[in-house]
Ligand binder design. Structure first.
Ligand code: ARG
Length: 568
């Protein structure tokens, strides 16, 4: 479809006095497929051309008729409606997919430039919350989407491993903790101790002081404090790693906030030299009132640097040392102001590339209808969520397909896929709701539905290969495709456009929505017309469409970070 659109734009642009890109942007799919495969509305051009939309449509139709690409061209009601030459177009789509979906985005707009994606970034000794889950899943998918467009992707896990909190963790552990219990269940136990610290601190006034002393010791490199802090990190990371393995997530760098401890002084010095630092109530800040933002705090009144200071040092490190041209931060909307401040300070520091920094925010997740908050003690452990989703997937598979081999591994792929897809299918910035019944519904708009459709296409192909006719010679497209074949072809042809849009908007949901659409088209095709029992030439073309569908679904699932089992 893409080359047809460009063809059309090339012919139409000079007639209407617009750029080709503008014309491509205006193209629509007619609401009723009988009207055509593409429509160009002419209302926008009326004012500048001083003609009626219909008159412009008629003129355009005459020009477009001269191209061999389009079957019929008609001007009606201010629109030009075009039918593609179906046979040629169908062949183009299927050959395109067969020659490799991985080069779908032929322009490779990233062109080997490097993008650093900060994602997941959970906090040590705290539960890996649903916000971190969203960041992990969206971040992993964005990495794959950008790679598909030629970017060299560096995934960075900016672990929360520094701050006064660790004074509390140490104090609490030394008072009430026990090594064996922590080893058995590190994150839960450490968090439990942390919560207890806050409860007891309400009545025991000395506790806060004790925590401050421990944090001070940690800052000064005290051996005992450092040993415990390291141990908390190692134990927590091992727990997080189990989740990353299950989700198939990989990082190029795991650099916690503490990594920047010795890299902040130069930042503070530079801010000082540039005259950007002012003091405010004992703290050192960068005033941002000209941009209607509260000041960015660099050093607190007690001299301690904070989250923002570390983010400044981290951004400089990613740009200067990791050679990233573009910096993305996949973090919840509640940190919008924080990133706006950090990026503005980078700009004030004369870093041109501050414009290539972007906060890729996302909405909240409600779990079984409830808002979660670690503060209110409403914690849901991600591992439990994954375990339960996998157990439910196992139950469903057992019910639907008891003979299936390797049920446990497939249940794992489906359960995890259900959780991930649910997170990805809604516009990134919208809130999402999580309910087991819904995310695991094999007939709903879910991961299992897409995976199931992929497995169905694989099974048709397996049967074909095992049969006498094999796959046949698939590239003979029919001159008059059936409506189901044609709709499936059109949907297949739209893949690269949706992939490109997902990259442009840094939003995997556009890809997820496209996959759902492709599943609908394929299932309609599968249920309405014979494939394996069709006449030989129809059979081989239908198998070619099935194979294209299977490939695109497998690739799309990969881009979203889901597995694509061949049987379910
Ligand atoms: N650890 C932080 C949190 O849980 C998220 C860190 C995001 N990344 C960053 N560079 N600030 O809130």
């Amino acid at each position: 479809m893409k080359s047809q659109k460009i063809q059309l734009a090339r012919l139409a642009a000079p007639v209407v006095g617009q750029t080709e890109a503008d014309v491509v942007g205006l193209l629509e799919s007619p609401p009723d497929p009988r009207l055509g495969d593409l429509a160009l509305p002419c209302f926008r051009f009326a004012k500048t051309l001083r003609k009626s939309p219909q008159a412009i449509a008629v003129e355009l139709a005459q020009v477009l008729q001269t191209s061999q690409q389009f079957g019929s061209v008609e001007a009606t009601g201010g629109y030009v409606n075009l039918h593609l030459r179906r046979q040629a177009y169908a062949r183009e789509v299927v050959t395109g997919i067969e020659s490799g979906v991985a080069v779908w985005l032929s322009q490779q707009r990233g062109q080997g430039r490097r993008v650093a994606i900060d994602f997941s970034s959970p906090n040590i000794a705290k539960p890996f919350g649903v916000g971190h889950l969203r960041s992990t899943i969206i971040g992993q998918s964005l990495g794959r989407l950008l790679e598909a467009d030629g970017w060299q992707v560096i995934g960075v896990n900016h672990l929360g491993d520094w701050g006064t909190q660790f004074g509390k963790n140490i104090a609490a552990y030394l008072r009430w903790g026990d090594e064996a219990t922590v080893r058995k269940n590190p994150v839960r136990e450490l968090f439990h101790l942390y919560v207890r610290f806050h409860q007891e601190a309400e009545t025991q006034t000395d506790l806060e002081g004790e925590a401050r002393t421990w944090f001070k010791k940690l800052e000064d490199g005290d051996a005992e404090a450092t040993r415990l802090w390291r141990w908390f990190i190692d134990e927590s990371l091992a727990v997080f790693q189990r989740t990353y393995d299950r989700l198939g997530v990989h990082f190029d760098y795991v650099l916690g906030e503490s990594f920047y401890n010795d890299k902040m002084q130069p930042v503070v010095d530079e801010l000082q030299q540039r005259g950007l630092l002012t003091s405010s109530e004992g703290a050192e800040v960068v005033d941002l009132s000209d941009w209607n933002m509260p000041p960015c705090i660099i050093r607190k009144s007690d001299g301690a640097t904070i989250y923002a200071t570390r983010d400044l040092a981290a951004a400089l490190y990613r740009h200067d040392k990791l050679h990233a041209d573009r910096l993305l931060y996949v973090v919840g909307t509640e940190q919008t102001l924080h990133f706006a401040q950090v990026f503005k300070v980078l700009e004030l520091m004369g870093r041109e590339w501050a414009h290539n920094c972007q906060h890729v925010s996302f909405g909240m997740m409600k779990y079984q209808g409830e808002r979660l908050s670690t503060r209110r003690g409403k914690v849901v452990y991600l591992e439990d969520v994954l375990d339960r989703a996998v157990a439910e997937a196992y139950r469903i598979i057992e019910e639907k397909n008891p003979q299936l081999v390797d049920k446990q591994a497939i249940a794992e792929a489906v359960g995890i896929g259900a959780v991930a897809f649910n997170d990805l299918k809604t516009y990134r910035t919208h809130d999402v709701d999580f309910r087991y019944e819904e995310v695991l519904n094999f007939d709903g708009e879910t991961g299992p539905y897409v995976q199931y459709t992929h497995a169905r296409a694989s099974s048709v192909l397996r049967k074909a290969i095992a049969s006498e006719g094999g796959l046949g010679d698939g590239l003979v497209a029919p001159t008059e495709p059936s409506e189901e074949e044609w709709q499936l072809t059109l949907t297949l042809g739209r893949g690269p456009e949706w992939l490109e849009r997902a990259v442009d908007e840094l939003d995997p949901s556009l890809m997820a929505r496209y996959l759902l659409d492709l599943c609908h088209s394929f299932n309609r095709f599968y249920h309405s017309i014979p494939i394996l029992n069709a006449s030989p030439e129809k059979r081989s073309w239908r198998l070619a469409l099935t194979r294209s569908t299977q490939e695109v679904l497998a690739y799309g699932l990969y881009l979203l970070g889901l597995q694509a089992p061949n049987a379910m």
